[in-house]
Structures are given as structure tokens and as C-alpha cells.
Design a protein around this ligand. Sequence first.
Ligand SMILES: Cc1ncc(COP(=O)(O)O)c(C=O)c1O
Length: 447
Amino acid sequence: MNLGTPWPAGAVRHDDGEVSFAGVRVGALAAQHGTPAYVLDEADLRARARRYREAFEEAFAEIGTSVEVFYAGKAFLSVAVARWVHEEGLRVDTATAGELAVALRAGVPGAAIGLHGNNKSDAEIRTALEAGVGRIIVDSLVEVDRVAALAAEAGVVAPVMVRVTTGVHAGGHEHISTAHEDQKFGLSLAGEDSPALRALRAVVARPELRLVGIHSHIGSQILDPHAYELAAERVLALRARLHAEAGVLVEEVDLGGGFGVAYLPGEAELDATEVARAQARTVAAVCERLATPVPRVSIEPGRAVVGPTTATLYTVGTVKPVELEDGRVRTYVSVDGGMSDNLRPALYGAAYHAEIVSRRSTAEPVLARVVGKHCESGDIVVHECELPGDVRAGDLLAVAVTGAYGRSMASNYNLVPRPPVVAVREGTSRVLVRRETLEDLLALDEG
Ligand SMILES: Cc1ncc(COP(=O)(O)O)c(C=O)c1O
């Protein structure tokens, strides 16, 4: 029986109660790769990448323009994943020297890579220019001059986009809302002579820079397909303003990422076709109203491509019933990982779904909390879920939808080595990122 949402597409529970991911049983995965481990369904990831590309290409072709989909590597990036998304026709959005290095190692051409970041170092910008990246997204006025100077030094013309702050408040949590005024990203649109307009003029005036477009990313884990409309309107109005003022028509607008996914059973993720059509309708209507030609469009999904494709496999170590003040009993289930492999519950209070995947149980479910092994009472993996009352040490427990901002935000808190990322496909498994060892950690220690 297929497990369904929110599990990876190839997750199945067999008659004997054991679960397999893309044909690989969890017992075999644990025996071969150990736990904790991130288990990534390759076919699901490729299908999600294709779905976003096809939905947006179709919707924007209908309004007479083209679209580029950039996979946001910050969600999770490895050489194989960069190669897969590129093979599926996506480009790659990077935000640091590390992400850029992985994308280049995967053979993604520089022209298919974008470099983001609100505080890029000169070294990162130089590497990006050397690699011939397709766009550098500038995030401040000083950065316009910095990129121009480094482009002159390299003897190249740098393709840049200007990131603007549209003033739209969106996103699943304050920390992942990135377009309201009081936050670090982008240039404000506020005022007659806005910082965004000044940056665009500054780019146009620099021969070392080629203005590729205007960029906006409003936030993450967005579930309302209409959340993007206001941001698109404001970006297109800015484009029309620059055109009227300086005769420069910006070729492209990047409407960012942030497409939400389902984390819990019964939840619905943002539908790619629905949001693509909503965005295309808005772009067409606003351009008609402003009497400007429709631009090329790009988007940057991360979570929606990789998030649901991955589950984290843990081993239960300790089970402890705790009586609460109201007399209820909460069963604390400790696993062999924790906030070091999934920071989102602690950082954002994010909700996750967990199940025992190594066997079927007929025991009455209990109110449970899945916690980690770290020295922190906030070290919670799943705040609240139901688990079988006979949950016990040695059980394999999986947590769904850990593909995005899981491994990429992992740490070595308490000097716990980071888990491997294991890809599964058609009954086989292979390591994409190997497990860190204590030797790896000690190798960093100069003694
Ligand atoms: C500029 C930019 N683009 C794209 C993304 C990807 O967002 P998501 O993974 O929610 O699609 C982010 C996430 O923080 C971002 O900052």
C-alpha cells in the first residue's frame, strides 16, 4: 500500500508492516547505511523538478513568453542532485562559494547558474565571474559598485539582476518571510526615488554590468497561489517606471521561490499548475495595463522540488512516558538524531509527521513527542504525533518531508556527525553524501 502524502512518491508499506522507499526496505537501508540517514527518492525529485518546469513553461507560453526554473540549492544541494535537476531542464540557484562549487562540480554550465547572497565576498564574486555565471543577483547599492569593479578587474561584463523588496509579507514563519521592509534582503521600492530604482539606474550606467532583470523573493512555505500577485505587480510597475524614465526595458523578472508543500497527512501542497497560471495571468494583465511587453520570467523553487522526496530514518533508543500537569501522559520517544539533523522544529516550531516503519502495530496509539539525543530540551524532532503504544527501542522510525532545509541546515551540535544522504531508486540505494565520521570531526581539531 502506497503511504501517500506526505511521504516520498515511492513509499510503500508491505503486508508484513515494513515500509520500503522506492523498492528498498527500511531494514535493509538501516543495515547497509546505518541510522540516522536521509533517504531521498530520486524518481520523485526528478518528477517534481519536471512538474514545476512543465507547469510554468506551459502557463507562460500561453501569454507569449518563456520561463526559466532555477532549483534553489539552499534547500539541499549535492553533486548528484545538481546534475539531476539540470538533466531535467532546470538551472541552479546558488548563494555561497560552497553551493557554487558543488553546482560546477556537477557539470552545470556557468550560464545556467545564478549567485545570490546579501553579503557576497569578493572571492565569491570573482569565482562566479570566472565561471561565467548567468546572473549575479545584487542585493545592495554598494554591491553594484563591487561587482562592477570586480568585473572590470576580470575584463568581463557581469550579468546582474537587482533584488527588490516588494513590501509583501508572506511565508510560513517570520524568519523565512523575505519581502517586508524590516528584513535584510533586497532594495526597497518605497519612495519616489527608491533604493531599487537607484540601483537599477546605477547598473544601467555601468558598462561593466549588463542588467539581466529584476528579482523578488517574498518568502518560503507559501500555500496561497495569489501571494505572488502583489509582488509581481510591484516588480512590473518598477520595470515600467525604468522604461519610461530611462528607455531601458528590463528583459526578465524573477519571481523567486517559496512554493509550499504538505508536511502532514491531509495537508495540500501548492499546486504547480495553479500557481503558474495565477502568476502568468497577473504578468499578462499588469503588462497590458502598463502597456509594456511581457518579460521573460524565472522562478526559484527549492522546497517544492526536494522537500517531500526525502524522509529521515532513525532508530528508537529510549521510550519514556511523562505525566503532564493536566494528567495526560506524553510518551517521549528518543531517536539517534535530533536538532543537529533537523533544525526546523526548534528554529521555527515546524510540524512534522512520523511513523514506525519497521513493523505494523495493533497497539492503541499514544500521544507522543519524538525527541533527539542533544543536550537541549528544545531538541525536538516532532512536537506532537500519534505513535503505537508499544513503540520500543530498536524500532525504525521515519520522519517525512525532511528533504528541504534538513541536511543543508544540519550541524555538529554535541559533536554528532552529520548523517548521510542515501538515494533510492528501483530497489537500489546509493550514497550521495556520506556519513561524517568522528575521524572527520577530529581531523578539524588542531589539538
Ligand atoms: C532568493 C531565494 N530564492 C529561492 C528560495 C527557495 O525558497 P523555497 O525553498 O521555499 O522554494 C529562497 C529561500 O530562502 C531564497 O532566499
